[in-house]
Design a protein around this ligand. Structure first.
Ligand SMILES: O=C(O)CCC(=O)C(=O)O
Ligand SMILES: [Fe+2]
Length: 199
């Protein structure tokens, strides 16, 4: 999907939030460069969570970068941000230019293949404030992404292409869950960057 030719940006959600898919933001000749750099330069760790009192370590890998060494708590565990690398700063600037929003941190996820995903959740932590804007940049394998309304249970889904940008804003996190479903069809890795604002 190429939305730049028309300049048309549509809200994918029918109500109670705003989700905008910008299509491919990263030039095709830079996609492999970024995937390789992110794979090798980012300090990846297995994610940890405490769910129903149980300590869980995910196969998916995560990293957190930002303007400062923010402490960030989710899934009952606390992480500390590392300072931006040159590549991450370049990507942040590109995303800020495109969206007109400003971000001070980024949560990165590495899914080795379709056997790894992320369950239904909203990014509604207190540290993000109300009606936060989150910009999601994807590299590598194309994956399906879905939203589900918390009350009506309506589902909206789309494909996140290599080099694409998706923005969630307004009341999206209050009213909608989102997830990255697992799939047996994908055998290649995907890296996702979610630029956020810690308030
Ligand atoms: O991998 C993705 O596309 C989304 C990740 C996500 O929802 C998150 O990090 O909160
Ligand atoms: Fe999320």
């Amino acid at each position: 999907m190429d939305l730049f030719s028309t300049g048309e940006l549509v809200n994918l959600l029918p109500y109670d939030g705003e989700v905008i898919y910008y299509g491919q933001l990263i030039p095709a000749d830079k996609l492999n460069y970024y995937l390789e750099q992110l794979m090798n330069q980012v300090i990846w760790k297995n994610d940890e969570a405490v769910i129903f009192g149980k300590h869980i370590i995910t196969k998916r890998k995560v990293a957190w970068y930002g303007d400062a060494e923010y402490a960030y708590t989710y899934s009952n565990t606390t992480k500390h941000a590392l300072l931006w690398t040159a590549d991450l700063l370049a990507l942040k600037n590109l995303v800020e230019q495109q969206t007109g929003a400003r971000f001070n941190s980024c949560l990165l996820n590495l899914y080795h293949d379709g056997d790894e995903g992320m369950a239904w959740h909203s990014d509604d932590e207190k540290s993000l404030g109300r009606n936060t804007t989150i910009a999601s940049l994807s590299f590598g394998a194309e994956r399906k992404f879905a939203f589900k309304h918390k009350d009506t249970k309506q589902v909206v889904s789309l494909l996140l292409e290599n080099g694409s940008l998706l923005v969630m804003k307004g009341t999206t996190q209050t009213h909608w869950l989102h997830r990255l479903p697992k799939t047996t069809k994908v055998t290649r890795p995907r890296i996702n960057l979610t630029f956020r604002t810690i308030v």
